[in-house]
Design a protein around this ligand. Structure first.
Ligand SMILES: NC(=O)c1ccc[n+]([C@@H]2O[C@H](COP(=O)([O-])OP(=O)(O)OC[C@H]3O[C@@H](n4cnc5c(N)ncnc54)[C@H](O)[C@@H]3O)[C@@H](O)[C@H]2O)c1
Ligand SMILES: [Zn+2]
Length: 352
């Protein structure tokens, strides 16, 4: 078992081992947990892994109740969130009980927000079942639901009590969902670890899942431990995302998050090279790795429309407008950009 300790205000462990799902119940007992576990999952994941999880919990002496939400980002909303809270109340969950999120980032974000708010907060654990949730959303305590005007606009910081990652659960992922996660994995390499980046070109991610997830979680842990509430360094995790989000919006959400993050990373690396901030060979290296994982690198949108989209994103979220700029493999730096300063980056990165 690879165990990564996350030393946030409320510290917790991320445990990663293929085949470990049936052992989760025992683990919770050794952590001193008892009472009820409310499992929240979606209607794709629960039929695959719900029974194994519930059996493990029941055998360890827990009362287990389950609530299944429909799969998909469109259900990460206030209505489904309210239904989860009503379910918890009907089942008489108390503050000493536990929620368990079995699923990808949608289930994890929604369950985490329910845990942050039901009875003013109870504990929850994450059992990630997508590559993205394993390397990113299950760690760090950001929880949220979407509002009609934008994503993740209602939420809270609430760290999980445990992240239990069984990479064997990723074997049933549709290829496109897995590929989206690969974009985030490549992001970690470019962001902070050149040797790790190189290793992704030598052996497919699928064939080294435990190692890859462990290294990504270590990197996220280091950044989150430094900046739990996202006021500075944590924004490095937005590499490829500032323009990636703009591309998602310009595509009318027809392109996936992972595809847009891939294009966003390729674009910002080309821009950095054009400005002489990184080696001229870096864009080629980044593009080649993305392409080898079936991810796109050239940008089908104009610089003006991307700048508009990035600015309206910023207006809604109130976030600082910043870019994460590669200076070399494994060395990226934050640059604050004024609202009228985006176009040179976009044009330098190849947007028309
Ligand atoms: N909290 C954070 O820090 C953070 C970070 C990044 C992303 N997010 C959020 O994560 C969400 C995206 O997460 P995601 O990419 O995991 O999407 P998702 O949860 O929608 O999962 C993608 C699809 O795969 C299915 N699926 C999940 N696991 C499966 C498995 N093992 N086998 C077969 N099918 C499976 C799901 O049912 C769904 O249809 C977004 O809402 C995003 O905002 C949060
Ligand atoms: Zn992302």
């Amino acid at each position: 078992m690879n165990t990564i300790h996350v030393p946030t205000g409320r510290p917790y462990d991320v445990c990663i081992r293929a085949g470990s799902l049936p052992e989760l119940g025992e683990k919770l007992v050794t952590m001193g947990r008892r009472g009820t576990v409310a499992v929240i999952s979606d209607d794709t994941v629960f039929p695959l892994y719900g029974e194994t999880l519930c059996r493990s919990l029941a055998q360890a002496g827990f009362r287990v109740v389950c609530h299944i939400i429909p799969a998909g980002e469109e259900h990460k909303n206030l209505t489904v969130y309210a239904q989860v809270l009503e379910f918890l109340a009907r089942e008489h969950l108390t503050r000493s009980d536990l929620l368990a999120a079995l699923g990808g980032g949608v289930v994890g974000d929604l369950t985490g927000f329910a845990a942050a708010t039901y009875l003013r907060g109870l504990d929850y654990i994450q059992i990630p079942t997508t590559l993205l949730s394993a390397v990113d959303s299950s760690v760090g305590g950001k929880t949220a639901v979407d509002l009609s005007v934008g994503k993740n606009l209602a939420g809270a910081f609430h760290q999980p009590s445990l992240v239990w990652c069984d990479p064997a659960l990723l074997s049933s992922l549709p290829e496109a969902v897995f590929r989206d996660g690969c974009a985030e994995v490549i992001k970690y390499g470019l962001l902070g670890d050149a040797a790790f980046f190189q290793s992704l070109g030598e052996l497919p991610i699928r064939q080294q899942l435990e190692r890859v997830i462990t290294r990504c979680v270590e990197m996220k842990r280091d950044i989150v431990a430094d900046d739990e509430l996202d006021r500075g360094r944590r924004q490095l995790l937005n590499l490829g995302h500032t323009f990636g989000h703009a591309m998602e919006s310009c595509s009318g959400y027809q392109l996936s998050h992972g595809q847009c993050v891939a294009m966003g990373m390729a674009l910002i690396t080309r821009a950095a090279a054009a400005m002489g901030l990184c080696p001229a060979s870096l864009p080629g290296e980044v593009e080649a790795l993305l392409i080898s994982y079936g991810l796109p690198t050239s940008v089908p949108f104009g610089a003006e429309e991307l700048a508009q989209a990035a600015l309206s994103d910023k207006k809604r979220s109130g976030a600082r407008l910043h870019l994460v700029v590669p200076h070399d493999l494994g060395d990226c730096r934050l640059v604050d950009v004024p609202a009228d300063g985006l176009l040179p980056w976009l044009r330098g990165g190849g947007a028309a």
